[in-house]
Design a protein around this ligand. Structure first.
Ligand code: HSE
Length: 305
């Protein structure tokens, strides 16, 4: 087996209250990649999209992941990868994670799955480090595993898959640029104890809500008193979108990852589609272009096609 084709899903990180520790995978959008094994130690990258991402391995998210796999495998191997991105870089729906996780899973597949899931996550986190300056697994873990993931710790890695109801996810990606590195830099380095207590309550409530299919608890827990008040100023219309989506029946939602995408969870498809109309209406009035998705939670993660 020398060649593999995979589909790597978009993801929503943080899930509002769980900064860097919670995320879920989406059925739409996803990237497609083809990876072949070479018998020379080099990485060749082809982009089959219009995003003009770098093709030097050291500067490409998938490239650095493949280099780290080669180093650990310790064999005389290389890779040739063709990347067809449908998840726009800088969208906040896990574009870099899809490249990183997809490359790591595909490489492991070609090598006969010699690495454990934790090792594959570690490889993929090298891509996140290149993209955002920091290793975090709240996009990577759900991208690889599917469903909802809790990353209890990354040193050492401790990832827990959380069962969840079949929720609908509405995402709007306003076409403005928010770089993850910038959106991390503006965060305060200290939090008040009273805010931390409220946030702990919300994280525990959200995880319990997912596990017990308790929609009201999920809705109540989708609250962020630490990150959102700072980051939401980067997203025009954020407060209005959030308020109107909840009035339209969404359980709740907020900034997807570091933004600028905003996501909302709903119990059923008709509510999720109504929420999409509300989102579009706000951005039509503000005059910002957008993409929207009405999708569901992806339970499979990266798929070998
Ligand atoms: N947890 C990360 C953040 C996700 O919010 O910065 C973005 O990649």
């Amino acid at each position: 087996m020398k060649k593999v084709k995979i589909k790597s899903p978009g993801t929503v990180a943080n899930l509002v209250c769980g900064f860097d520790i919670l995320g879920l995978a989406l059925n739409e959008p996803s990237d497609i990649m083809e990876l072949s094994l070479l018998d020379e130690p080099k990485v060749i990258i082809h982009n089959r999209d219009n995003y003009n991402l770098p093709t030097e391995a050291e500067k490409n998210v998938a490239g650095v992941v493949l280099l780290s796999v080669m180093e650990k495998a310790g064999k005389h191997i290389g890779f040739e990868i063709t990347i067809e991105k449908h998840i726009k870089p800088g969208s906040g729906i896990g574009s870099s994670a899809a490249s990183a996780a997809g490359a790591a899973v595909a490489a492991n597949h070609l090598l006969g799955n010699i690495f454990s899931i934790d090792e594959v996550v570690q490889f993929a986190m090298n891509g996140e480090k290149l993209a955002s300056g920091v290793k975090h697994a709240d996009n990577i873990a759900p991208c690889i595993l599917g469903g909802v993931s809790l990353i209890r710790a990354i040193h050492p890695l401790d990832i827990i898959s959380i069962p969840s109801p079949d929720l609908f996810v509405t995402v709007i990606h306003p076409q403005i640029e928010v770089r993850t590195s910038d959106a991390r830099q503006i965060l305060k380095q200290q939090v008040l104890l009273k805010d931390a207590i409220r946030q702990w309550g919300n994280i525990a409530g959200l995880v319990t809500g997912f596990m017990k299919n308790d929609f009201d608890l999920i809705g109540r827990s989708l609250e962020d008193v630490i990150i959102e008040p700072v980051r939401s100023i980067l997203i025009p219309g954020f407060d209005e979108v959030k308020r109107k989506c909840k009035e339209a029946g969404a359980l709740g939602g907020g900034i997807s990852g570091s933004g600028p995408s905003v996501f909302m969870l709903s119990k059923d498809e008709s509510t999720a589609k109504g929420v999409e109309l509300v989102m579009k209406d706000v951005y039509n009035r503000i005059g910002i272009e957008y993409n929207t998705y009405v999708t569901t939670i992806n339970k499979k993660g990266v798929e070998i096609l």
